[in-house]
Design a protein around this ligand. Structure first.
Ligand SMILES: NC(=O)c1ccc[n+]([C@@H]2O[C@H](COP(=O)([O-])OP(=O)(O)OC[C@H]3O[C@@H](n4cnc5c(N)ncnc54)[C@H](OP(=O)(O)O)[C@@H]3O)[C@@H](O)[C@H]2O)c1
Length: 267
């Protein structure tokens, strides 16, 4: 059994945005490695169908929780749901923003929904589970990011900005938490065949095959295999694509920055 599988097997994995697409693929992969799964999303019926499908194929427990991660009490509700579980992993998957709206065109409430989930919730939940995992001396945090984190672009202002936030936060936590036995990994990739992607493509009649989208199953498997190889797993780099940066380069930069900040702040 691999070190990753040994750390996950017979423990619970919390998958945020686990009812379809990449989140469901993560849950299925984790269940195949022997992890019990708690799936969180808003739509109850989608959650129930995914839980049923995973339970029918794997001999693990699967539970669901219907919750909007942008709600102000979301972290409290997740803490209540997981406090008594032997928790080994949290997957921060929900995070797409696919409106394509220009920043100045949309009402601010639309952007607040994105920042509430992708920045406010992400930060508070990472803080909660970091403290919990440090206390128990083990655990893993997986942040599903995007290649969009590496630069801005019109029609994706809040999306790229929030993914850049997640990338920097994830890299810093990787450096801070590894002495406590807690793994942090941030996934970067270009495009995956999810229901969200298909709904965007359908607006313009573009076939998914024309996009080079990878299967959520292969992406999930490769990412979990690389869970302990943080701070970043750049899927397209590993697949021979054209990344804007390399995992090794980012790792060296994080180590260098962390060493400088240690010298700057530590009294
Ligand atoms: N698909 C791509 O090509 C692509 C490319 C790069 C990065 N990514 C990243 O990969 C991740 C997954 O993307 P995706 O395409 O599968 O779409 P997504 O909308 O980020 O994820 C879908 C899942 O998240 C749940 N969800 C969405 N908003 C939620 C909320 N406020 N509260 C609770 N659950 C919520 C959905 O269920 P409900 O709707 O029922 O809540 C569903 O289970 C995202 O972080 C995205 O940024 C995707």
């Amino acid at each position: 059994m691999s070190a990753v599988d040994a750390a996950l097997s017979e423990r619970w994995a919390l998958i945020l945005g686990g009812s379809d697409g990449l989140g469901a693929a993560f849950a299925d992969d984790l269940a195949g490695r022997g992890a019990h799964c708690l799936l969180v999303a808003r739509n109850h019926d989608k959650l129930a169908a995914t839980a049923q499908s995973i339970s029918s194929r794997h001999n693990v427990s699967v539970q669901t929780l219907s919750l909007d991660l942008g709600d102000t009490d979301a972290v409290e509700r997740l803490a209540d749901a997981t406090d008594s579980m032997d928790l080994g992993l949290v997957v921060f998957n929900a995070g797409a923003e696919s409106s394509g709206h220009l920043f100045a065109d949309a009402p601010f409430d639309e952007w607040r929904n994105v920042t509430d989930r992708n920045i406010g919730f992400l930060t508070e939940a990472l803080h909660h589970f970091s403290q919990r995992f440090v206390k128990q001396g083990r655990g893993a945090l997986l942040i599903v990011g995007s290649e969009a984190a590496l630069g801005g672009g019109a029609r994706a202002a809040l999306y790229t900005a929030s993914k850049a936030y997640a990338l920097n936060l994830g890299e810093s936590l990787w450096a801070e938490l590894q002495p406590f036995g807690v793994a942090v990994q941030t996934l970067l990739f270009k495009i995956a065949d999810t229901p969200m992607l298909r709904s965007v493509l359908a607006r313009k009649g573009i076939p998914v095959e024309a996009t080079g989208a990878v299967s959520p199953e292969s992406l999930a498997r490769a990412t979990i295999d690389a869970l302990f190889d943080g701070p970043v797993f750049n899927f397209d780099e590993e697949a021979g694509g054209a990344p804007s940066t390399t995992a090794a380069g980012r790792r060296a930069r994080v180590n260098d920055t962390s060493a400088k900040l240690e010298g700057f702040y530590k009294v």
